[in-house]
Design a protein around this ligand. Structure first.
Ligand code: NDP
Length: 451
């Protein structure tokens, strides 16, 4: 029986790999979902007969375009932009834009695929998409970033809209870039409408959107722990990254009485044995978003230890929040973390754990592990709330948005428990998130017939 399930998964993955050659991150994301969904569909022939999973792994469309812009020296630069519109069965396409030199079609397809399940889990009417460009904003002047964003939007505007596809930020796309992108869209269509989320409060943004992903990852951890009669308070935490998600994750952890031992960037990590203070986190936030400096400077400023070229996973801590990038925890890192006795992982970044690492954590009896599609759903959830506020031409108070975010993270957690609970009460959060996210989208696709 087990062999039969493995055979079906292997066969399904052979097809996915053959149809999407070289897109290894996309294969990884599909495999992680299919591992749970194929057995789930075994006694539900309607999903199998109507090839729902095959249809979900094929994006509705992938748009690829040239972006030409002029640098400060007057030289022309050429980049490649993308928008992957993965699935709009339950709402307009929704997902961030990433500017990073590593961006390619396969990476964005993995992110768009994940986004479909995540958005479904929030309970809000949002489909899944993702976009970006192989542009590196690091070291570029504000004017260069502005010209790039304007050139990018000059093509992308024709493919998006408040009821069609609503992008947001991601790696390399923060409030500065969102401002330039939205400004150019508004100029091109001559309409002020909620086409991008993550806007500043002055022009249609929502309270708590910048904080939402990091805060949400902490709330998810608190939900998992309290389900077992435990709490975040008093725990030591390892956080990676020092961008939007990591900094607000650290802020909320300190707020809730936990100790944040580490933060990192792509050059190395800092270790604060006694835990970072709220003032230090605020300083680092300013360093990364305004001065655009390196985390090493924080070590110098506060007399902390800096580990060049390393990630924080060798440090002993109880709760783990990977908030930097995909595959930042490999099998070996996972084994080290388990050996050091960690209690929980809440994934702030998308797909930060390699398949090997997921296996290692799964075999460790005492580790609670929330996958990204559940743990970082707070960001897109508040983006969904920003869309609602934009269409109502209203701005809800901060306390109201924060309360809604808290409620949505509880809902996400409870759906994981409902679909992921095992004999003996252990919760498989990966299985729970995959099945809960899948059913809503799959049922909508069934209702529409063959398309
Ligand atoms: P930012 O650009 O604000 O920060 C990214 C951070 O990760 C930086 O500290 C960066 O370091 C580090 N980083 C990036 N690439 C690598 C790498 N290859 N190796 C090591 N470190 C790296 O991005 P966000 O905080 O917005 O996003 C972080 C993660 O969270 C991503 O996986 C994103 O998809 C996910 N996410 C973000 C959401 C949001 O609301 N922003 C919503 C849901 C998920 P450096 O400064 O050196 O580049």
């Amino acid at each position: 029986m087990v062999i039969d399930k493995a055979d079906r998964l292997d066969k399904f993955m052979e097809g996915v790999i053959a149809r999407n050659p070289g897109e290894t991150e996309f294969h990884q994301a599909v495999q992680e979902v299919a591992t749970d969904i194929i057995p789930y569909m075994a006694d539900k022939p309607i999903y199998k007969d109507l090839r729902i999973l095959e249809r979900m792994t094929e994006p509705d469309r992938v748009i690829s375009f040239r972006v030409v812009w002029e640098d400060d020296k007057g030289d022309l630069r050429v980049n490649r932009g993308f928008r992957v519109q993965q699935n709009n069965a339950i709402g307009p396409y929704k997902g961030g834009i990433r500017f990073h030199p590593s961006v390619n079609q396969g990476m964005l397809k993995f992110l768009a695929f994940e986004q479909v399940f995540k958005n479904s889990l929030t309970g809000l009417p949002m489909g899944g998409g993702k976009g970006g460009a192989n542009f590196n904003p690091k070291g570029r002047s504000d004017r260069e970033v502005m010209r790039f964003c304007q050139a990018f939007m000059t093509e992308m505007f024709r493919h998006i809209g408040p009821e069609t596809d609503v992008p947001a930020g991601d790696i390399g796309v923060g409030s500065r870039e969102v401002g330039y992108l939205f400004g150019q869209y508004k100029r091109l269509v001559n309409r002020f409408e909620g086409v991008i989320t993550g806007k500043a409060l002055d022009f249609g943004g929502s309270y708590v959107r910048p904080q939402a992903t990091g805060y949400g990852a902490v709330y998810m951890m608190e939900e998992m722990l309290s389900h077992h009669g435990e709490h975040v308070e008093g725990r030591s935490c390892l956080v990676s990254g020092s961008g939007n998600v990591a900094s607000y994750c650290a802020e909320k952890l300190i707020d809730m009485g936990a100790k944040v031992l580490t933060l990192s960037d792509s050059s190395g990590f800092i270790h604060a044995k006694e835990g970072l203070t709220q003032d230090q986190v605020a300083w680092i936030k300013e360093l990364k978003t305004v001065r655009r400096g390196r985390i090493e400077e924080a070590a110098k400023e506060f007399g902390l230890k800096y580990y060049k070229g390393k990630n924080p996973w060798g440090i002993a801590g109880e709760l783990v929040f990977p908030c930097a990038t995909q595959n930042e925890i490999d099998g070996e890192d996972a084994a080290t973390l388990v050996k050091n006795g960690i209690r929980g992982i809440s994934e702030g970044a998308n797909m930060p754990t390699a398949l090997e690492a997921i296996k290692v954590f799964g075999l460790a009896k005492n580790v609670l592990h929330a996958p990204a599609k559940a743990a970082n759903a707070g960001g897109v959830a508040v983006s969904g709330l920003e869309m609602s506020q934009n269409s109502l031409h209203l701005q809800w108070p901060e306390a109201e948005v924060e309360a809604r975010l808290r409620g949505i993270m509880r809902l996400v957690h409870d759906q994981c428990v409902e679909y992921g609970i095992q004999k003996g009460g252990h919760v498989d959060y990966f299985k729970g998130a995959n099945i809960a996210g899948f059913t809503k989208v799959a049922n909508a696709m069934l209702a529409y017939g063959v398309m």
